[in-house]
Design a protein around this ligand. Structure first.
Ligand code: FAD
Ligand code: DHB
Length: 390
């Protein structure tokens, strides 16, 4: 088999890259170890930045997103018994976020690729990448029991944190920055209306809680828990009680059947550079943010936007300068988004290793945010998404 760009992983990064390359007239093959059904049902993020929405709409995969996505112009912060609304749109010249589930973005992209005759191979096994340090990159994999080789000009490692592409880079080629937080999130999807029509980020002495949604009748709720918490140890009644306590008095939390329950770890991680020869990393393969700023998916989108432009310039005009600067361009955004995600996380969570002084400082920071237009603007412009670098 031969293609121009071999893409490992059919998450948002790999699929969007394949779609953007197709628009630029560049051929690609996407290889995915999971089934189509699995990736289309995998419940993860739900908040799209304005720039992510604009990109998806402009590249022709935004029809359902525009119809079904919930546009939010503000978020609420709860702390110390108070509620404070951050008016995202007023503070950012009219920008907003859209609530639309990651698996819906994935469905839309798969449909677009297959409708255009794109090759997305699901349920492949034993994927390995070779030859990227020289001029002949190759992806080896098994499909339906047969070993295949995909020769290509470039390889895009869009295979997430546990993927093989980053691991294939030679020791010493990468510097890894990593921090694990001493807490996780227990998340549920519930058939019940959310407590508010906007997201609520709640600071509470028992720990952080987040009240989000997927539709007006489907809630996505999270609360801070121990990092390795067993979700089975949390009965539905105990989950609702904890969420009610952290939401505080004055707002009713409607309970409904819990459709899904899971625990997510919290990590800040960056691998740099995001390139080794003709192998480029994008999305979670190169970096992980703690989810408090709702940035993981958006950062993956920003990476592949940059990579698609650089590859297009290379194929169209023989220019390699954008490809050479790929890592540098992405990492400027990555580190700013890491900072924001770390800041939101540190401000809102109960920090088990730190005492009451730290909690008072968090409350003072939230109070300052609520009272300062400058501080609120800083939050808002990061939350709706920083401008693309190029
Ligand atoms: P992924 O979506 O991970 O896609 C990588 C793909 O590569 C997967 O389909 C995987 O099956 C495939 N793959 C892996 N190894 C191989 C291989 N060897 N060969 C071929 N394919 C391979 N972000 C938020 O903002 N809010 C959230 O609430 C949130 N919740 C999350 C919950 C979980 C459990 C996880 C893991 C992440 C969550 N994130 C969240 C982060 C967000 O979902 C990711 O940042 C986003 O999925 C990144 O997209 P990606 O395409 O880079 O990686
Ligand atoms: C959601 C997830 C987040 O991490 C976040 O900060 C906001 C919303 C969500 O899944 O809806």
């Amino acid at each position: 088999m031969r293609t121009q760009v071999g893409i490992v992983g059919a998450g948002p990064a790999g699929l969007l890259l394949s779609h953007l390359l197709h628009i630029a007239g560049i051929r690609s093959v996407v290889l995915e170890i999971q089934s189509r059904h699995y990736v289309e049902q995998r419940i993860r993020a739900g908040v799209l930045e304005q720039g992510t929405v604009d990109l998806l709409v402009n590249c022709g995969v935004g029809a359902r997103l525009e119809k079904e996505g919930l546009v939010h112009r503000g978020i609420e912060l709860r702390f110390g018994g108070r509620a404070h609304r951050i008016d995202l749109s007023a503070l950012t010249g009219g920008r907003a976020i859209t609530v639309y589930a990651q698996q819906e973005v994935v469905k839309d992209l798969i449909q677009a690729r297959l409708a255009a005759g794109g090759q997305v191979l699901f349920e492949v096994a034993d994927v390995s990448v070779h030859g990227f340090a020289g001029g002949a990159p190759l992806v080896r994999f098994r499909s339906q029991g047969v070993t295949e080789e995909l020769a290509c000009d470039f390889i895009a490692g869009c295979d997430g944190y546990h993927g093989v592409c980053r691991q294939a880079m030679p020791a010493g080629a990468l510097t890894l920055h990593e921090k694990d937080y001493p807490f996780g999130w227990l998340g549920i999807l519930s058939e019940s209306p959310p407590p508010s029509h906007e997201l609520i980020y709640a600071h509470h002495e028992r720990g952080f809680a987040l009240f989000s949604m997927r539709t007006p009748s489907l809630s996505r709720l999270y609360f801070q828990c121990a990092p390795g918490e067993n979700p089975a140890a949390w009965s539905d009644a105990r989950i609702w009680s904890e969420l009610r306590t952290r939401l505080g008095n004055g707002t009713t939390l409607q309970e409904g059947p819990i459709l899904q329950k899971g625990v997510t770890g919290m990590r800040s991680f960056v691998a740099e550079p995001m390139q080794c020869g003709r192998l480029f990393l994008a999305g979670d393969a190169a970096h992980i943010v703690p989810p408090t700023g709702a940035k993981g998916l958006n950062l993956a989108v920003a990476d592949v936007r940059t990579l698609a432009k650089a590859l297009a310039a290379c194929y169209a005009d023989g220019r390699t300068d954008l490809l050479d600067r790929y890592s540098e361009t992405c990492l400027r955004r990555v580190w700013k988004v890491q900072r924001f995600s770390w800041w939101m996380t540190s401000m809102l969570h109960r920090l088990p290793d730190e005492g009451p002084l730290r909690q008072r400082l968090q409350l003072a920071e939230l109070d300052y945010l609520a009272g300062s237009r400058a501080a609120s603007t800083a939050l808002a412009e990061n939350y709706v998404g920083l401008p693309f670098d190029d």
